[in-house]
Structures are given as structure tokens and as C-alpha cells.
Design a protein around this ligand. Sequence first.
Ligand code: SAM
Length: 231
Amino acid sequence: MSHFPAATETLGTLHTAPLAPLLTRLFAQAEENSPRNAEALADLSDDELERQMRSKTGYIDFYTRLKDFPLAVSPETGQLLYMLARSMRAQNVVEFGTSFGVSTLHLAAALRDNGGGRLISCEFEPSKIERAQRNLSEARLLDLVELRAGDALQTLSADLPAAIDLVLLDGAKALYPEILALLEDRLRPGAFVVADNADHSPAYLARVRSSNAGYMSIPVGADVELSMRLG
Ligand SMILES: C[S@@+](CC[C@H](N)C(=O)[O-])C[C@H]1O[C@@H](n2cnc3c(N)ncnc32)[C@H](O)[C@@H]1O
């Protein structure tokens, strides 16, 4: 006889109400709003857009233009985050870039299904923090999440868990190396770092892929770099 419950008996937080219908709604909204992203940036040439995405100073202006857009991770990346956090029984998770909280909801659902934990999530746009708070509250996951308002360069420079299991990098791409540096000495051996759209941060990719930086790192799917802390 199996020691494990039948899979049909174990549908977790991600696949049941209130979170499942909320995510369906948020992904539909993200899909609907994505052509408008282009409109919001229509006055920028491709080169200027790439320059702003790679700029260490222009990111506030860039993301302020996009403050009404979800810019959410893909459904597949959301599921990847949930699966990683569940399989490693993550308890301490840090997220750079909350927006409306789509990735946050997946990570918090995994913590709930793991039996609890702490998710620190950073966002500098106040209206986005309010929306994320509403979504987390609707999903009954707000108790697991500490939303840090302000620039993550400051908000992640203190009061971190002693050991971090999992990190999502999904804020300004140019800051990925700096944010990783703030968290690095807290990453426990075997910790995962998921970096969305990391191809816009060549310096980050060079670091995590370098043979002596202490990571194993591979691209996954179209737009994610998955790195594991060695040690
Ligand atoms: C791609 S969106 C995040 C999407 C979110 N992870 C999701 O799946 O719903 C990036 C967000 O990071 C925020 N952001 C960018 N740079 C930041 C910084 N330095 N500090 C705090 N938030 C930042 C932006 O305002 C934007 O809302």
C-alpha cells in the first residue's frame, strides 16, 4: 500500500478556489493588457527601449511608464516557481519585482502548501503594491508575504532571513547583479535563483554562468535563467 495520498486528493492551493479562479482572471488581464505595453512605450525606438532596459539609472522612469500594466510572469514560469518551492520545501523566499503579484501568488501558494514560511517581495510603485495586497488578500495568502515598498536596492539591504531557499529576480534587469550580490551570502547550498528575462542582463548571465562564481546555471524555456547555489 502507498504511503502517499492519491494525487486526486492532494490538489493544492494553486489549483483550488480562491486562488485558481483569481489566477485565471489575472493571466487573462495580463494577456489583454500586453499590446498596450507597446503603446505605452510607442515613442521609444527599439534601441532606446533596450538602452532603458539595460540602464542602471533609467529604470525608475521606465517602470513608472508601465505602472498600470501587470507585466506578469508567464503561466509556465508561475508553475515552475510553485514546483521548485514545493519540491525543495522552501520556507524563505525573496522576490525582486512584485507588480500585481502574479508570481507572488504562486510562491505564497507553495509556502502555504509547504506548511508555512516567509516571502519577502519588493516593489517601488505604490499603486502596484496596493493591487498586489488586494490580490493576496483575495487569495487568503497575505499572511505569508512581507511587501517591502521602495527601491529593492535599499529594501533588500537589511533584515534578510539567515538562509534563503529561493529567489525570483523579476524587477529592473540591469540591477540583477546588484540584487544577487545583496542576497548571495544568505543563499543556502542548493538554493535556486530564477531570473526572468535575464537575456536583458548580460552581466548577470556572465556572473551566474562563470565557472568560479559558485552557481550551476542553465536557460530554461524561452526567457528564464535557472541557477543553483553550490556549496
Ligand atoms: C516584470 S514586473 C514584475 C512582475 C511580477 N513578478 C509578476 O509576475 O506579477 C517588474 C516590477 O518590478 C518593479 N521594479 C523594477 N525595479 C525595481 C526596483 N529597483 N525596486 C523595486 N521594484 C522594482 C517594477 O515597478 C515592476 O512592477
